[in-house]
Design a protein around this ligand. Structure first.
Ligand SMILES: Cc1ncc(COP(=O)(O)O)c(C=O)c1O
Length: 410
């Protein structure tokens, strides 16, 4: 069946506003708290602590800023190696480099597409002195937190948790954002709730929270003039942005329910195709289902080659590939995206160590280096894609997207 393109674009994940945002933004305007101080900031820090279950929250200009301060608090110094999630957005990793640290990438497990605890243990065999691990929960799906934490504890390492994509997701009854000594969330425009931008640092350590707050406001000392004893940053959240976040918070659960319904509808609608969805541990975790993703079975992949910036494929009956599906969706005015390209495959991180379950792996190949281990991240990148997951997409629109995807395998 031939479909017409969508009249209005179906987005991967766009902001969903409700009206209350304007009320709090207007309040900021009318009371003239148009700066990095004000009631909205105080209120969203309070709400975040309450919702996530942490003692202290520091509202910042972005999730990246939060990760930067978390990496500083964790004590990363120039030359220090830091174990990092590999299949994630580069904002998880870049803050390590801001501090002069050297990311060592840890391969991905197949059960949740997050950092593999077995590979993490292997990495400590190779680098026993490492003291910081930066762990992300990809696409709103909690990683294997208990196993990862056990490895960190065994080696005396601090866990920095990147929960930018996973606000509202839970693992064994506790929310993501509670597992790191320092944890971070993001209110970027594409996240489950948004401030248009913004982020937060979460911790149970009052001293650390105070440090972060001070660093984020240019590290001013308590003095009658601008007095500085250490390096500061302009990282504090604006009270206007905080107004948007404040208006969004009452809708967090509703957004999660919508995203979950989208995931379930894809799962059901695509069940006859040779594909699986991004997996999660249904017994122990409840993702926020931020993005729904697809992984094409190996035997159902048509030929696809990718350079650093381009992709080609050869269409084949009964088979498809991410490039074909994404290009087809784009023709119909729907936005998907390749699965985040793993950090070890990124040109800027090609020279950084990459560790899998059997030891060192080499970037850019899907072949094993040590003992027959495969590069799980590269494999998921080659066969996976993120589907349109916008919570304003109607069931009818989603059904059309499902039919369009089916058409790629015809
Ligand atoms: C996993 C992950 N970490 C960090 C960030 C950075 O957050 P922000 O865009 O708020 O700086 C993002 C998203 O943008 C992300 O997806």
């Amino acid at each position: 069946m031939e479909w017409k393109p969508f009249e209005e674009k179906i987005w991967l994940s766009s902001p969903t506003m409700h009206g209350e945002e304007l009320k709090y933004v207007t309040e900021a305007y009318e009371t003239n708290w148009m700066s990095t101080v004000g009631a909205n900031i105080n209120e969203i820090e309070r709400i975040t602590c309450e919702k996530v279950g942490r003692k202290y929250a520091v509202a910042l200009s972005s999730g990246t800023a939060a990760l930067h301060l978390a990496v500083k608090l964790a004590g990363v110094k120039p030359g220090d190696k830091v174990f990092c999630s590999d299949m994630t957005f580069d904002a998880t990793v870049n803050p390590v480099v801001y501090e002069g640290g050297v990311p060592v990438f840890i391969d991905t497990e197949r059960d949740t597409w997050n950092m593999d605890p077995v590979a993490l243990e292997k990495a400590f065999e190779l680098y026993p002195d490492v003291k910081v691990v930066v762990l992300a929960h990809l696409y709103g799906t909690p990683g294997k937190v208990d196993e990862l934490r056990a490895v960190c504890d065994k080696h005396g390492a601090v866990m920095v948790e990147d929960a930018a994509e996973s606000l509202g997701a839970a693992y064994k009854g506790a929310q993501t954002g509670t597992f790191g000594k320092y944890s971070c969330i993001s209110f970027n425009g594409n996240k489950i709730i948004t401030g248009s931008s913004g982020g937060m640092l979460l911790t149970d350590d009052l001293h650390a929270a105070n440090k972060a707050r001070k660093w984020s406001t240019q590290a001013r000392e308590n003095a009658p003039w601008y007095q500085h004893e250490e390096l500061g940053y302009n990282y504090r959240m604006s009270n206007v942005i905080a107004g948007v976040v404040r208006g969004q918070y009452p809708h967090l659960e509703e957004h999660i329910a919508q995203k979950k319904a989208i995931y379930m509808r894809y799962q059901e609608g695509l069940q006859d195709l040779p594909v699986t969805m991004n997996p999660y541990d249904a017994e122990h975790s409840e993702p926020n289902f931020w993005l729904s993703c697809l992984l094409i079975n190996e035997e159902a992949m048509c030929r696809q080659v990718r350079s650093e910036t381009e992709a080609l494929y050869v269409s084949e009956p009964g088979k498809s590939c991410p490039t074909e599906i994404l290009e087809t969706l784009a023709r119909y005015h729907a936005e998907g995206r390749p699965v985040w390209k793993p950090m070890h495959m990124q040109p800027m991180y090609h020279m950084n160590p990459f560790v899998g379950t059997q030891g060192y792996m080499r970037a850019r190949t899907n072949a094993c280096i040590a003992g027959g281990a495969e590069d799980v991240g590269a494999d998921i990148f080659s066969r996976g894609l993120c589907l349109p997951s916008d919570n304003k997409m109607t069931p009818e629109q989603q059904d059309r997207i499902i039919e369009i995807i089916k058409g790629c395998f015809a």
